[in-house]
Design a protein around this ligand. Structure first.
Ligand SMILES: NC(=O)c1ccc[n+]([C@@H]2O[C@H](COP(=O)([O-])OP(=O)(O)OC[C@H]3O[C@@H](n4cnc5c(N)ncnc54)[C@H](O)[C@@H]3O)[C@@H](O)[C@H]2O)c1
Length: 366
């Protein structure tokens, strides 16, 4: 996988205690990387990070990306070949409750990571994770392309659009020059689902939390369409981007979308019904009142650039995406607890890689 590029490489993951960060850390360990993580806290209880006992297998730093001096010290100690920056306040609803915290974490935090890379001035390939919400969303039918206008009506989306501007600025001002040893690229993906997410105010964790205790789940925007994809899909994109960026300076400063095929947009209700069916439940969804704050209705990504330049494409159709997710939570809530979770999780990564190999996707066959 990934031409074995990550084997024995030092990789620093910010946000490694979060949902995506924990999956990425597990995958990097499977690839033979030496992983360090930098996060403010373990954001949920329970958490995938603890369920996989990742702390015992990596260099675990607790720190705030808003504290540049502290992050710089961690970077200098680690001397990573690769950085994946995922640390963020990622919840739209929370961004309405505390916009300053969202903006400081997502904008200043990203600025600090980039500035630390600049000051450190060592060879390093950095993939900075923003979001599909970085685009000025006019709710049109077409997928957004990487050169479409940035924007954001809610504080979270605006913070990710602003982070993109900062990334671009660091590229043009510092990392573009031939003498800079740092290469950067940004990665934009949408709503991901998968086992081990326990964030508040997210549909899938809310559903499994409710169903695991015999309750119904209440949803507020049943017809809202999201480009659902399994968490391993964008992660394969981030890893592929890191690989290609390390090999080719032509990708320096570029941005990439990683989303599902255009036809794989399903409503909130369709997703929940698929998960409910996988758990062999019936009639466990209640449609409640609209949440009362603005959240974009339709948002699709055009991923032609990732296909063309990285030979990346999604590997899991919608039914498998739902099954992968539901079976993980089944393992957690309905089987003998935890002991097998690490094995089960790495088997899902292997199974996902097999699905990608069967589709001849470049990262999986090289
Ligand atoms: N989950 C999704 O559906 C989704 C969709 C699009 C983009 N993203 C982006 O992917 C990234 C990871 O998202 P996630 O779902 O895993 O989030 P998460 O909430 O599960 O994890 C967030 C991580 O960031 C860390 N963090 C938060 N504030 C920090 C700070 N000030 N300093 C250091 N660490 C801090 C947390 O400790 C945690 O490790 C984020 O950048 C998010 O915006 C996520």
């Amino acid at each position: 996988m990934f031409n074995n590029l990550y084997h024995n490489k030092k990789v620093l993951v910010t946000g490694h205690t979060g949902f995506k960060g924990s999956w990425l850390t597990e995958w990097l360990l499977l690839l033979g990387a030496k992983v360090s993580g930098y996060s403010k806290d373990i954001p949920t209880q329970p958490s995938l990070f603890e369920a996989l006992r990742l702390e015992d297998r990596i260099q675990h730093h607790i720190g705030d990306v808003r504290d540049k001096a502290h992050f710089l010290t961690a970077l200098q100690e680690t001397r990573p070949d690769f950085v994946f920056h995922l640390a963020a306040q990622p919840i739209v609803r929370q961004s309405y409750i505390d916009p300053s915290e969202t903006v400081s974490t997502n904008v200043l935090g990203t600025n600090n990571v980039l500035d630390a890379l600049r000051i450190n001035n060592q060879p390093c390939t950095a993939v900075i994770i923003t979001s599909d919400k970085c685009y000025h969303n006019v709710e049109w039918t077409w997928g957004y392309r990487e050169n479409d206008r940035l924007g954001g009506n809610d504080p979270y989306s605006a913070s990710k659009g602003a982070a993109e501007l900062i990334i671009h600025t660091y590229f043009t001002s510092f990392f573009q020059t031939g003498s800079s040893p740092v290469r950067i690229a940004s990665a934009r993906a949408g709503n991901v689902i998968g086992g081990g997410d326990w964030a508040d105010s997210r549909l899938v964790p809310d559903a499994f939390r409710a169903w695991a205790t015999g309750e119904k789940v209440e949803i507020r925007s049943p017809k809202a369409t999201r480009p659902w994809q399994h968490v391993l899909e964008p992660l394969s994109g981030y890893l592929r981007l890191g690989e290609c960026l390390a090999k080719s300076k032509d990708l320096n400063g570029e941005s990439f979308n990683f989303g599902p095929p255009s036809e794989q947009s399903h409503t909130v209700l369709e997703l929940l019904e698929a998960l409910e069916a996988s758990w062999k439940l019936n009639d466990q969804i209640i449609v409640g009142e609209n949440p009362g704050f603005h959240e974009a209705g339709l948002l699709k990504l055009n991923c032609d650039k990732a296909l063309h330049k990285l030979k990346w494409q999604p590997a899991l159709p919608f039914p498998e995406t739902a099954t992968f997710t539901a079976t993980w939570y089944e393992q957690y809530y309905r089987q003998e607890q935890s002991a097998n979770l690490r094995e089960f999780t790495s088997k899902q990564i292997t199974k996902y890689a097999e699905a990608a190999r069967n589709r001849n996707i470049a990262w999986a066959i090289q």
